[in-house]
Design a protein around this ligand. Structure first.
Ligand SMILES: [Zn+2]
Length: 313
């Protein structure tokens, strides 16, 4: 079983009972998050789920996060292999702005395990100004990787190479509080709609978080500004706007996913979290199916984001 063009759903370990319901789409799979993620993987395997399963320890997030120079745990790798994970992820720490030492330490350690995926939780600058260095370093080590991109201030957009004109780079990424960087062709963990953008730009696989906190890597120490960390709020993915919207702010837009059947999204304002997430997974997989049918994927994504912006204006 491989991860080729998979759009995974990233959930908490406590979501283990609902998770399989969200990962029934062809081309789907699950990423469990947290210290006991491998136990959730084992449980779901025992219940017969045969899609891809990953375990992200997420030591790189939160107020107690560790730096990327920390020693990676062989036990964590072994636990994942033993529990039936598709490929083991490293329990990496955070790679700050310009922290080359952390980046090299993670990749160097990952070399010791065959088939491991080195998790690279990076400051936003690594996918903007330092993008070339990042991609070259990853290629040099020849290790499989997965990025987690921290929210951050808007760094200078990297010019796009297709000559689409000023502002084009900005259009490659859907609106939100993410910096306007050009999608990186590497697998992506803990993302929002950027997961689909990554697939459109050649990433092997990508994972969409089931709730706000799993769709962002917040800078630490966290400053509560601009509505960041809307933790408990349920948000629904609005296909026409290409963004997640808190359910109480949903309008009369309709959705044609296999859960909504053309009904208005505003119906989700009173729905259980599982119902909201069932729509989210279905709507995002609909987008993935369209992506797979597109003859030129980057162009398809660019047109889609351009139209989404038009809708909003
Ligand atoms: Zn829907």
């Amino acid at each position: 079983m491989d991860l080729h063009e998979r759009l995974l759903v990233q959930v908490s370990t406590r979501d283990v009972y609902d998770a399989v319901a969200l990962a029934g789409h062809p081309g789907s799979g699950l990423v469990f998050t947290g210290q006991a993620a491998h136990d959730a993987v084992r449980m779901v395997r025992r219940r017969g789920y045969d899609g891809p399963l990953l375990a992200d320890r997420r030591r790189y997030a939160g107020s107690a996060r560790v730096r990327g120079t920390v020693r990676l745990s062989p036990d964590w790798i072994a636990d994942q292999v033993e529990s039936g994970a598709t490929a083991p992820l490293t329990d990496s720490g955070y790679i700050g702005k310009g922290d080359h030492e952390a980046l090299h330490t993670i990749l160097e350690q990952a070399l010791q395990w065959e088939g491991v995926i080195a998790v690279l939780p990076v400051h936003a600058r690594w996918v903007a100004e330092d993008r070339t260095v990042l991609l070259r370093t990853v290629t040099d080590y020849g290790v499989r990787t997965a990025l987690v991109i921290e929210d951050g201030p808007p760094y200078r957009p990297v010019p796009v190479t297709d000559g689409a004109g000023p502002g084009a780079a900005k259009m490659l990424v859907a609106a939100g509080d993410r910096p306007p960087y050009r999608p990186v062709p590497l697998p992506l963990l803990g993302a929002g709609v950027e997961a689909v953008a990554a697939l459109a730009h050649g990433a092997e696989w990508a994972a969409v978080g089931v709730r706000e906190v799993l769709r962002h890597l917040y800078p630490e120490p966290h400053e509560a500004r601009g509505g960041w960390r809307r933790g408990g709020a349920r948000s629904a993915f609005v296909p026409d706007r290409l963004e997640f919207v808190p359910v109480e702010r949903l309008r009369e837009e309709t959705c044609g996913c296999s859960s909504c059947h053309g009904r208005p999204l505003s119906r989700l304002a009173e729905a259980e979290e599982l119902e909201v997430n069932t729509h989210n997974a279905a709507a995002l997989h609909r987008l993935r199916s369209r992506l797979l049918r597109a003859t030129h994927r980057e162009r398809w994504w660019r047109d889609l984001t351009r139209n989404a912006h038009t809708t909003k204006a």
